[in-house]
Design a protein. Structure first.
Length: 392
């Protein structure tokens, strides 16, 4: 059964506000959606105002706020002039010799080239080795640049958080792809982000807008329910997570009524935050390296976030390791967070335009998650075509 502490607390709180709404499959079938705008009356405005500044994008009606963040640090740039030069190594040596050289706090941090938390002659030797061409950039840690977007949003109801497929139908092959921007505009999206590239693989549970398209096995699974709860579940204990509580739901054992309450699924990996804590283990290999990332986080029913991190672009943004990415969600206060498809798929669209700078100019993919005004929800042609196909 779908019972766990965080769900029980959220459900109790919502029932006290919406005693007639309920959480049953029959309520979902009658489209009796919970109106979260009554819970947060100060979060929504009945207008279509869109605010765009240099690093902030905001929609009043859907309460979507996107903030662009940037962090740059050039390791070895002791004097802070934007370059690593012999002068930096000399200053570092003088500092170590207690030669009354004043170096800023950032300079001292930048001088810790090997990132062991100390400032020693080894750091200076590495600076000189890099300057002489005897060390590669990745050995020297020369560039620490990161650009990321935090998309914080509240929904009036879960109807406003939707999924869509490339070309308007469920992709049964990896050749059915489209740009995030085109999919967003075809579905009147105020905001859109890549999801799990479900057409690239033939395993995993695929549920979009309450319709189940696929139920083949894949260990890691994120579910968004029609009552606003987000949960990370698995058929088995996820491979990379040591700490998953026993009360986690296993998808294969859910009843039909429980499955009928699922609104969206995200089938990728790995989990990032579970029950308010950063997961203890993450995959290694290529996935464990710094990459562009896209993921979804959950605060409470009706309140979520996405974090999109740019990467694979030295001098602009290097990408992020999974533990650091998970910590971003934890620091925001998310109680659950899940990694979605990333790499050059990591694209975000606001008000009809792509606003980030994806690796290799981005790539077309098979699906999106998006936010849309209630008055502009498009016909779900994919669902209609799928149901017709299943009835044949």
């Amino acid at each position: 059964m779908r019972v766990k502490r965080i769900y029980a607390l959220a459900a109790a709180a919502l029932l006290s506000v919406y005693p007639a709404a309920g959480f049953s499959a029959s309520a979902a079938e009658s489209e009796s959606w919970i109106d979260f705008s009554e819970k947060w009356p100060d979060k929504f405005f009945d207008d279509d105002t869109v605010e765009v500044t240099e690093n902030t994008y905001k929609s009043h009606d859907l309460n979507v706020r996107i903030d662009r963040h940037e962090f740059n640090r050039l390791t070895g740039d002791v004097d802070g002039n934007g370059e690593v030069e012999v002068a930096d190594a000399i200053m570092a040596l003088r500092y170590q010799a207690e030669d009354e050289v004043v170096i800023t706090r950032d300079g001292l941090r930048n001088a810790d080239v090997n990132e062991d938390g100390l400032f020693t002659a080894e750091d200076t030797a590495m600076m000189l080795g890099w300057l002489s061409g005897n060390l590669e950039d990745d050995e020297f840690f020369v560039d620490h640049s990161l650009v990321w977007f935090v998309i914080d949003f509240y929904v009036r109801s879960m109807e406003n958080l939707r999924g869509a497929f490339a070309k308007g139908s469920y992709p049964e092959s990896n050749k059915q792809v489209d740009s995030i921007e085109d999919m967003a505009n075809e579905n009147n999206a105020v905001f859109a982000i890549n999801c799990d590239y479900c057409g690239f693989r033939d395993d995993g549970v695929i549920i979009r807008n309450g319709v189940t398209y696929r139920e083949t096995y894949r260990s890691d699974l994120c579910l968004l329910y029609k009552d606003g709860v987000m949960d990370i579940v698995s058929d088995v204990k996820p491979q990379y997570v040591d700490r998953i509580n026993d009360d986690k739901t296993y998808y294969r054992t859910m009843s039909d009524d429980e499955k009928a309450n699922i609104w969206q699924s995200v089938t990728f990996y790995p989990p990032l935050v579970v029950d308010g804590e950063v997961c203890e283990k993450f995959p290694g290999g290529n996935l464990g390296k710094a990459h562009p990332r896209s993921g979804i986080g959950y605060f409470e029913p009706g309140h979520y976030c996405f974090i999109q991190v740019e990467g694979r672009q030295p001098g602009y943004s290097n990408g992020i390791l999974l533990p650091d990415y998970a910590q971003m969600f934890k620091d925001l206060g998310c109680v659950e967070a899940f990694n979605m498809d990333g790499g050059s798929s990591s694209v975000i669209v606001f008000n009809g335009k792509q606003i980030n700078k994806p690796a290799w100019n981005g790539r077309e993919t098979s699906d999106i998650l998006y936010l849309v005004d209630s008055a502009k929800i498009p016909e779900d042609k994919a669902a209609a075509a799928w149901k017709e196909k299943q009835s044949e």
